[in-house]
Ligand binder design. Structure first.
Ligand SMILES: Cc1cc2nc3c(=O)[nH]c(=O)nc-3n(C[C@H](O)[C@H](O)[C@H](O)COP(=O)(O)O)c2cc1C
Length: 305
């Protein structure tokens, strides 16, 4: 049986297989290095980083729900310079492409962090997280207001030559509007989806289960939402989509590719089994080989809908 060609391109970023890990579920990489051969992955996407170090939210900041988990971690991180000093040297011994997820409280924050990372040769692409609170503009979300969304993507685009992936928020009326806006603003790809805004309450104390009160739902519970959003976006744009949301198995990943994703990310699944992403790669390859499918491009977007 011939080995299928698993290579995909996300803009100018080449991945030897279509599987990365979802930002925030794989630390900065070293945390998993003793458990997984990092070079097996198509890319590593690290936890979100902004210009300055950030402490994140009070605890409890995670809560298990039926079919998933809620989190309101609040984007703790070492800041751009901290990441460059503490984590980038670690990647010298690996060839796996590195996608750095960035966020900001203001448009200036986004563009500054993009600029700082622009001359770091080891960074293969930037993924812009537009689903965090917009402090300056009064609490709206950059990911759900298309004008703010365009402002952020434009601001990042002019400050970096790196391939730009824009991570879309799921809680919008029409994902196609945001996918098209990302493409028009010069993004090389979009990733779909971030966790879904959600809440859980302890009925005895009548208090929210998360200190932040609300959080983001991830895991198998959101997979059908994510598949639908990928399918809708795929028909609206020509740039590649990285699909994510509840991918645990090779079959889950194949579903996203058939819906129209060029690549996928394994997120919450890495918490229960750190080797989830590698199992997904192996299973996708075996399934394609068994079906005589030669490449991801042959499979992508082939849903009969
Ligand atoms: C604990 C946790 C932390 C996360 N941190 C980030 C982050 O820093 N930046 C980001 O863009 N997405 C973050 N996400 C969202 C994931 O990257 C992913 O989009 C979402 O969890 C859906 O995929 P999944 O269901 O496979 O986990 C986080 C998710 C979880 C569960």
């Amino acid at each position: 049986m011939n080995k299928p060609d698993l290579k995909v391109r996300i803009g100018s970023l080449e991945m030897k297989n279509p599987v990365t890990v979802a930002s925030g579920t794989f630390g900065y990489g070293p945390e998993y290095a003793g458990l997984v051969d990092l070079d097996r992955l198509g890319a590593i996407t690290v936890k979100g980083i902004c210009t300055e170090p950030h402490v994140g939210n009070a605890t409890p900041r995670t809560f298990e729900t039926a079919g998933g988990m809620l989190n309101a971690i609040g984007l703790p991180g070492p800041g751009a310079q901290g990441f460059i000093k503490k984590y980038l040297p670690f990647y010298e011994k690996y060839s796996v492409p590195l996608i750095v997820n960035i966020w900001g409280k203001t448009v200036e924050d986004y563009s500054r962090v993009a600029e700082i990372f622009n001359d770091q040769a080891r960074i293969g692409a930037l993924e812009v997280n537009v689903s965090c609170p917009n402090v300056k503009e009064g609490g709206a979300l950059y990911g759900t207001d298309v004008n703010l969304f365009r402002t952020v993507v434009d601001a990042v685009r002019v400050r970096t030559q790196k391939p730009l992936i824009v991570k879309l928020a799921p809680n919008v009326a029409d994902i196609k509007v945001f996918a098209r806006a990302a493409q028009e603003c010069g993004a090389e790809a979009v990733s779909i989806m971030n966790s879904y805004p959600a809440m859980a309450i302890d009925i005895e104390t009548r208090r929210p289960q998360l200190a932040n009160r609300t959080g983001g739902l991830s895991g198998p519970a959101i997979k059908p939402i994510a598949v639908k959003l990928v399918w809708e976006a795929a028909r609206a744009i020509t740039i590649p989509i990285i699909g994510m949301g509840g991918i645990y198995t090779p079959e889950d990943a194949l579903e996203f590719i058939i819906a129209g994703a060029s690549a996928v990310a394994v997120g919450t699944a890495s918490f229960t089994d750190p080797s989830s992403a590698v199992r997904v790669i192996e299973g996708v390859e075996a399934w394609m080989a068994a079906k005589g499918i030669g490449s991801i491009a042959e499979l992508r977007g082939t849903v009969q809908a």
